[in-house]
Every structure is written in structure tokens, then in C-alpha cells.
Design a binder for this molecule. Structure first.
Ligand code: UDX
Length: 455
């Protein structure tokens, strides 16, 4: 590292306190640490990563500011993020100012890297004339969609999105995405999503964008995004391959690995809907019936709170435990990376969160795609029609469709083809983070970019 960067060698990270966002930003921290930077993580008081042995070299600070109990109880994830932006803006500015006052000569802050949903960080970085860098935890195509949506005529967009006849048609300029694949959210009305996207993609004052993706997955969207945003875009993923950083917010139930050890190679369907998606009781039962009828073993993550009722699976009708007891193993939270790497796992039924998508392709595991909301719909469309490593299960869930889908993935030749495609992509992803690979070079370009900003 040259002398100027030796002085400016601390990077401030601002994660959104949600599992799917914390994990990749901590991995980013590890990747930047490996390039010689010190890392300060500014956390809110919610869903904090502990400064465990995995992060003993990182410096953790808290942004003061809290939401009311009523807010915490009633707000959905999107409103929570909006409120957090309001509550943290002034206090973050103060904390960052304090950090800058206390910084040593050889440990100056080089830039602030913030989760795209924590856009209050941008104002503070600007006030102190620090480069501010947006970190996108979604794919480049979803980022591109948000940028396109933020620019279209609002009234026409809102009307079109409510027009049922348009939903299966291609959205102009975003091939192969259909209207129904656009990253609108189940967590809020379309009007507020549109407003939020305008704030997120307001990168006019940001200095650069880092995206957890690789060129081999999204070269067209990346090239277009680069043109649209007019600031440098650095695709440096998949970060989970480039830099491991265990940051599970929930306790992992490792007993499922012992259960997997007893199953035949590539026979098990792993099912997980990530950290936010919800399931209705009737869909859970249809799934249980279909899984049972498929005769394949399955490992199913049912996160407490993801199904209705105050209890865990005890709240489900009695037939549920009978259906899953023979071939299924149910846990509240799994060590997902280890599960996907396990030789017994033959397929992944996923909500298609971007981390799960990268982790599944990164292990060469084909997918049944059942997106729940926002960017997951974009990922599912790409998994099916661009990368051919999975297929979507759309519409109402019924047990016959579930049974057919499980067999299609784990038993039929078509599933074997998707597995081959996934293994090809896994190899490409691994090369992209190796020395000379596109993501590895992109990280070096980002370091050079900071060097230029510091000079
Ligand atoms: C959400 C969005 O879906 C995602 O697209 C966005 O980029 C971040 O926010 P989430 O819904 O939680 O995230 O899904 P996902 O992105 O897949 O992240 C879930 C993470 O939790 C993954 O890293 C996965 O490995 C981990 N996980 C999940 C576990 O460790 N154990 C589990 O049992 C389930």
C-alpha cells in the first residue's frame, strides 16, 4: 500500500441490521481487511454482530438512537429501514465526527461504505468530505431495476403494476424480466416502494457502488448500470467465496449435519426461505404433503415467526408432524453454507434471496425457486431463464405441484442438466475471485480508486 493510503487506511462500514445484509457487508469488511485496511463497523442497536473471535481485528461502534416499542412491533422491514434512517441521521454524523477527531495520523478514515438502505450515511460522509460508497447486497440487475423504476413516470408505473393483464408481459427495456418480476415488495404499498427506490438510487452524491456479484453472472446489467449511474461500479463477489465471515444472528442447529451424514448422496432437498419471508399455514401443509409424496428426504428450515401462531411448528395442525416425521428433518436455523456443501444435498428449495442464490450456485446446487418478495423475484427469473440452474414454482401452492417439482429437480434428467449448469457456474464464480479473475481485479480497482481519492 502506498504512503497516502497508509495514512488513510480505515474504512467505516454501516450495515443494515438484517441477516441478509449483515452477512455480505461483514464479508466485504474481511475482503478489505485483507487489503490492509482497518475496519470500523457502525451498528445500530438492533441485530448486532458480536465482536467475536471472527472479528477480533474489527472495531465496533454503536450509533445511538432507537425506535419506539410500538414502532418495533408494528413496522414491516421497509418502514423499519425508513424509520432507522430518520432516527440515525444526526447521531451517526456526531459519531463519525468524533471518530475523525480521535483518529491517529497513521489511521485516517479513507471512506464510508454503507448498505444501500442506510442512505443517511451519505450525508454524514459528505459533511466530512469523505468518499461515500454504496454497498448493494442485491444483484446488479435488481439495482438496475430500482434505478429504472425511479426514473419512469410514477403515475404510469403505479397504474401498470396494478394491471393484472400486464403482469406476464415483458417490462420494456429490462428483458427477460416481466412486470411481475420487478423488485416491488410484499412489505409495503407500491407508492412507498417507488419513493424508497428514488432515495436509494440517488447515488448522485455517492462516490462509487460496490455490488456483491460477478461479471460472469450479470455482464449486461453491469455494463448498463455503469452507464446509468455515471460513478464507478465495482462487482467484487461472490463475497462468501472471496472472504468468509461467519455472522449468523440466529443460533445454528448443527444436528442437521449429523442427519445429512446418514442420507444418500444428492438425495436431500434443502428448504429455506431466508431471514424475512413468511409462509401461510395452508401453504406449509401443501408443501408438507407434496414433500412426503415425493419420497425424497428433506431438510426444512422453519424459522420461528415465519409461520402463523405463537409457537413454532406446534402451532401447525397435527397432520404436519405426521407428514414430515418419516423423511424430513426440521430445524429453526441451519448452518446453510455447510448444508449446501454437504454431498447428501441434491437441491435447494429457496426464496431466492441474493445470498442464498450465490451460496447455492457457489456450491453447484440446482434450485426450486419460490420467491417471496422484492429482488428475490428478479433472482428467480434469472435462475430459471438466464442461468438455467433452477425453475420457478409459480402461483398457488398445491401438493401435486410440489411433488412434481421435487421429482423434477432430484430425480429427472432435467434436474441433472441444471446441476451440470450449476457446477459450470460454480467454477466460473470461483475463478472470478481468484487472482486475475474479474471480481479480484475489481477489488484491486476499488483500492486504487481510494488511493486516487486520497491523493
Ligand atoms: C434479504 C433479501 O432476500 C436478499 O435478496 C438481499 O440481498 C438481502 O436481504 P434474506 O431474505 O434473509 O435477505 O435472504 P438471503 O439473501 O438469502 O440471506 C439469508 C442468509 O441467511 C444467507 O446468507 C443464508 O446462508 C443464511 N441462512 C439462512 C442461514 O445461515 N441459515 C438458515 O437456516 C437460513
Amino acid at each position: 500500500m502506498d504512503e497516502k493510503l497508509v495514512k488513510k487506511r480505515r474504512i467505516v462500514l454501516v450495515p443494515l441490521p438484517a441477516q441478509g445484509h449483515v452477512t455480505p457487508i461483514m464479508q466485504l469488511g474481511k475482503a478489505l481487511y485483507s487489503k490492509g485496511f482497518s475496519i470500523t463497523v457502525f451498528q445500530t442497536q438492533y441485530n448486532r454482530v458480536s465482536s467475536s473471535k471472527d472479528f477480533s481485528d474489527f472495531h465496533f461502534l454503536t450509533i445511538p438512537g432507537s425506535l419506539t416499542e410500538t414502532d418495533l412491533k408494528n413496522l414491516g422491514p421497509l418502514q423499519f429501514a425508513t424509520k432507522l434512517n430518520q432516527v440515525c441521521e444526526a447521531s451517526f454524523k456526531q459519531c463519525l465526527g468524533q471518530l475523525l477527531k480521535e483518529q491517529g495520523d497513521d489511521d485516517e478514515v479513507a471512506c464510508v461504505v454503507y448498505d444501500e438502505y442506510m442512505h443517511f450515511s451519505n450525508a454524514a460522509a459528505k459533511e466530512f468530505r469523505l468518499p461515500s460508497v454504496v454497498f448493494s447486497t442485491t444483484c446488479a440487475t435488481a439495482f438496475l431495476c430500482r434505478s429504472v423504476i425511479a426514473k419512469v413516470n410514477v403515475d404510469k408505473f403505479l397504474t401498470d403494476m396494478k394491471d393484472l393483464e400486464l403482469q406476464d408481459k415483458l417490462f420494456p427495456g429490462l428483458h427477460p424480466l416481466r412486470y411481475k418480476d420487478l423488485p416491488t415488495s410484499a412489505f409495503g404499498p407500491i407508492e412507498s416502494i417507488h419513493r424508497l427506490y428514488s432515495e436509494i438510487v440517488n447515488t448522485g452524491t455517492a462516490s462509487a457502488v460496490i455490488i456483491n456479484t460477478a461479471n460472469c453472472l450479470e455482464s449486461t446489467s453491469l455494463a448498463r448500470l455503469q452507464r446509468e449511474l455515471q460513478i464507478p461500479v465495482y462487482p467484487i463477489g461472490p463475497l462468501h467465496i472471496a472472504a468468509s465471515a461467519p455472522s449468523s444472528l440466529l443460533e445454528e442447529d448443527r444436528s442437521c449435519i449429523e442427519w445429512l451424514n446418514m442420507q444418500k448422496p444428492r438425495s436431500v432437498l434443502y428448504i429455506s426461505l431466508g431471514s424475512l419471508a413468511l409462509m401461510e399455514t395452508k401453504d406449509t401443509l401443501e408443501m408438507a404433503w407434496g414433500l412426503r409424496n415425493s419420497n425424497q428426504p428433506f431438510l426444512w428450515v422453519i424459522r420461528p415467526g415465519s409461520i402463523p401462531g405463537p409457537e413454532w411448528t406446534e402451532s401447525l395442525p397435527e397432520e404436519f408432524s405426521k407428514l414430515v416425521s418419516e423423511r424430513g428433518y426440521i430445524v429453526k436455523w441451519a448452518p446453510q453454507m455447510e448444508v449446501l456443501r454437504h454431498p447428501a444435498v441434491g437441491g435447494f428449495w429457496s426464496h431466492c434471496g441474493w445470498n442464498s442464490t450465490l451460496e447455492s450456485i457457489g456450491e453447484g446446487v440446482p434450485m426450486i425457486c419460490r420467491p417471496f418478495t422484492s429482488d428475490q423475484k428478479v433472482n428467480a427469473r434469472y435462475l430459471e431463464s438466464v442461468w438455467s440452474v433452477g425453475f420457478q414454482l409459480e402461483g398457488k401452492l398445491d401438493k401435486e405441484d410440489v411433488e412434481r417439482a421435487v421429482k423434477r429437480l432430484l430425480v429427472d434428467e432435467e434436474g441433472e442438466y441444471m446441476r451440470k449448469r450449476a457446477i459450470e457456474l460454480k467454477e466460473k464464480l470461483e475463478s472470478s475471485v481468484r487472482s486475475g479473475g474479474s471480481s479480484c481485479c475489481s477489488l484491486d480497482y476499488f483500492v486504487n480508486f481510494l488511493r486516487m481519492k486520497s491523493s
